[in-house]
Design a binder for this molecule. Structure first.
Ligand code: BES
Ligand code: MN
Ligand code: ZN
Length: 499
């Protein structure tokens, strides 16, 4: 991880250092402090804008040499579009655009957080700061040589000039907790699978103890005792023993039922005996993206001291082919007592989640459970990389997730469930089978999970398309995206925190 962006807050108006970044609306109008900072150069900037075809569209940037009289090296004007209808998410993007302009040789920047009608709100200004950090993240832990001209090794110092420094600093502390959570999730997804196997993953989750999170690790013996035969069957072909980790953050009212988040943590998915083709198999190091999100989310909530009781639970396994691996045709008994016929050992994520969902439902009696899993290739066929697939047995929870998705920019799209799909996973030999045939693969996977939630309000997010390998954006240049941390932090903040 290289996250060497330092953001300091200073009052508007401010003397510029390094690159000066300012904002205009889609009429090229500037704020008063900004106009003052540009002094007599305002006209010249207008001419540069017109020459470059820059119209102040949201997120567009005009990048020019600082005009005479402006104390800066470069001047970057970022379009805020219709400035009066700015969303928090737009500011994140602006921060990302600004960070994209930094380089090893241009690493000092002053940003005037002002819109045409005056200083940005603290929330907006802090959005910029978060966007800067998210964009600057780079996973280069294993690069021993840095190429010239790469955004690598950035050590940038940013002054963010705001209307109210104290308020911005306070808001930044909470926002930074969330950014740190995203970065933790990205790091976990990006780590190679020889380094990050179930025990090591559990160890990293254990770091949350420093923030006051209770972390309990179930080893193979403990899971065996609980009867978690579905999860253990997946891990039995690996020389790396499986783990389940239960995390608790009790920031809410004592005795209040928690909200629960459950993650698929397949540290590497070869497919097992139903082995995957070689092409891109290395991507299956990211098959723990759901678990990574849950750890990042627990970090975010604990670090910002969220006033909610939250459970995070992750099932950690490695799916390997081996003399001891499970076979197609095997029948395993899950913790719920329901039996499962294994048709395809590559449909392993649902087996892991089956036992963890059941465990969480029974042991913690949560208000709801949201699981995240890189569960099916089929969800990428359906939705691409822009939305995660959402399946839910509860309309209120589904609507809240949809809204949190729009607010955070980590979007979800609701998919159907129903008895006609459910019967596709009935088995002739056991209570169910672990695949449902060629059609509707993401839906039959979700139907499988639903059989293990025991009526608890629940939503399943299939993040196969969003957790890793999605196209780079203004706020993410990394393979592992950390998808879901900001979405679920929003969900908790909007609906489940004691005021
Ligand atoms: N981890 C994969 C799903 C996946 C594929 C995630 C590509 C990210 C990118 C999952 O375990 C899997 O193999 N699913 C199978 C299910 C099938 C055997 C029913 C799939 O999607 O092909
Ligand atoms: Mn698989
Ligand atoms: Zn998998």
């Amino acid at each position: 991880m290289s996250d060497a962006i330092k953001v300091g807050f200073v009052p508007l108006p401010s003397a510029a250092r390094g690159i000066l970044v300012v904002f205009c609306d889609d009429g090229l109008k500037l704020g008063p402090a900004t106009a003052k900072a540009l002094g007599g150069a305002g006209e010249l900037v207008k001419r540069a804008a017109s020459a470059a075809g820059f119209k102040g569209k949201s997120g567009a940037a005009l990048d020019i040499l600082a005009p005479e009289g402006v104390k800066a090296t470069r001047l970057i004007v970022i379009g805020a579009g219709k400035a009066e209808s700015l969303k928090a998410n737009d500011c994140l993007k602006f921060g990302g655009v600004a960070a994209g302009k930094l380089s090893a040789s241009a690493s000092a920047m002053t940003i005037l957080a002002e819109l045409p009608n005056g200083p940005m709100t603290s929330e907006q200004a802090v959005g910029i700061a978060s966007g800067l950090r998210l964009r600057a993240y780079k996973f280069d832990r294993y690069k021993t040589k840095k190429k010239e001209g790469e955004e690598a090794g950035l050590r940038a110092e940013i002054s963010l000039a705001v209307g109210d420094v104290a308020a911005a600093k306070k808001a930044f502390a909470a926002a930074s907790a969330v950014v740190d959570g995203v970065i933790i999730a990205r790091d976990l997804v990006n780590e190679p699978p020889n380094v990050l196997f179930p025990e090591e993953f559990a160890h990293r989750a254990g770091q949350l103890r420093k923030l006051g999170v209770k972390v309990e690790v179930l080893d193979v013996k403990a899971m065996d005792k609980l009867g978690m035969g579905a999860l253990l069957g997946v891990g039995q072909g690996s020389s790396r023993p499986s783990r389940t980790v239960i995390m608790r953050w009790d920031g809410g009212k004592k005795g209040d039922a928690p909200v629960a988040f459950v993650g698929k943590g397949v540290c590497f998915d070869t497919g097992g005996i139903s082995i995957k083709p070689a092409g891109s198999m290395e991507d299956m190091k990211g098959d723990m993206g759901g678990a990574a999100c849950v750890v990042g989310l627990m970090h975010a909530l604990a670090a910002r001291k969220a006033k909610a009781n939250v459970v995070g639970a992750i099932g950690l396994v490695e799916n390997m082919p081996d003399g001891n691996a499970q076979r197609p045709g095997d029948i395993v008994t899950s913790m719920s007592g329901q039996t499962i016929e294994i048709i395809n050992t590559d449909a392993e994520g649902r087996l892991v989640l089956a036992d963890v969902l059941w465990y969480v439902a029974k042991k913690t009696k949560p208000k709801f459970m949201v699981d995240l899993a890189t569960l099916t290739g089929a969800i990428m066929v359906a939705l691409g990389t822009e939305h995660a697939g959402m399946f839910s047995n509860n309309d209120e929870l589904a609507e809240r997730l949809l809204a949190a998705g729009i607010e955070s920019g980590e979007k979800v799209w609701r998919m159907p469930l129903g008895p006609e799909y459910d019967k596709l996973i009935d088995s002739q030999f056991a209570d169910m089978k672990n695949t449902g045939g060629r059609h509707g693969g993401s839906i039959t996977a979700a139907q499988f999970l639903q059989r293990f939630v025991d009526g608890t309000p629940w939503a399943h997010l299939d993040i196969a398309g969003t957790a890793m390998g999605a196209p780079k954006t203004d706020i993410n240049q990394s393979w592992g995206s950390g998808y879901g941390v900001r979405l679920l932090d929003r969900l908790v903040a909007d609906h489940y925190e004691r005021k």
